[in-house]
Design a protein around this ligand. Sequence first.
Ligand code: AMP
Length: 216
Amino acid sequence: MDMILLGLPGVGKGTQAKKLEESLEIPHIATGDIFRKAIKNETPLGKKAKSFIDAGELVPDEVTIGIVKERLTKPDCENGFILDGFPRTIAQAEALDEILVEQNRELDLVIYLQAEIDILVKRLAGRRVCVDCGAVYHVENDPPEVEGVCDKCGGKLIQRSDDQEKTVKKRIEVNKEKTAKLADYYQNKGILHEVESTGGIDKVQQRLMELIEANK
Ligand code: AMP
């Protein structure tokens, strides 16, 4: 199953993708995670991406497309992948089509997760992530057992620098129009499915699994 989770920042793409990765046994590929790891390790990619990410802006397409192309050629993608946070522009969507044609495969499903903007802002502002394993929590909706400590690996939980309220609003603004254009792009291809991302993490996961089963 080659699929994309589409939707605005905070809609739950990462949270849902991590669960899908376990049940479907295909990798969750999040460009944001790849950039954050590169920044943490101070690699050349990290140095290029940092200023854009800190400002809530998009990293240039030529940088982003290259890393996804490389990632999709890895053997663990053979049976499928879950893209999260990519594509974010039509140029990225077109580049993805080309990458997949080269690999003789095509997208099966694009899931457009939806929630109201004020819910997104609340989710992002309360989000905490593990510095070591990247696990995601929310101070109210999905707290860890011990405050500030990752349940999975014991790592420290922090607030992402771009989850401050000012940057959050900018990120939603930057992505709104682009996400709507991407939804049209995939609607025209007949592979877009909208899913309501409210009502609790497990409820949303159930909706996604039903949709995936129906499209297998
Ligand atoms: P995310 O974790 O998906 O919210 O991404 C965090 C930040 O990484 C975004 O605000 C962008 O600066 C950058 N980023 C992630 N994915 C992309 C992408 N596909 N194109 C451009 N920038 C991206």
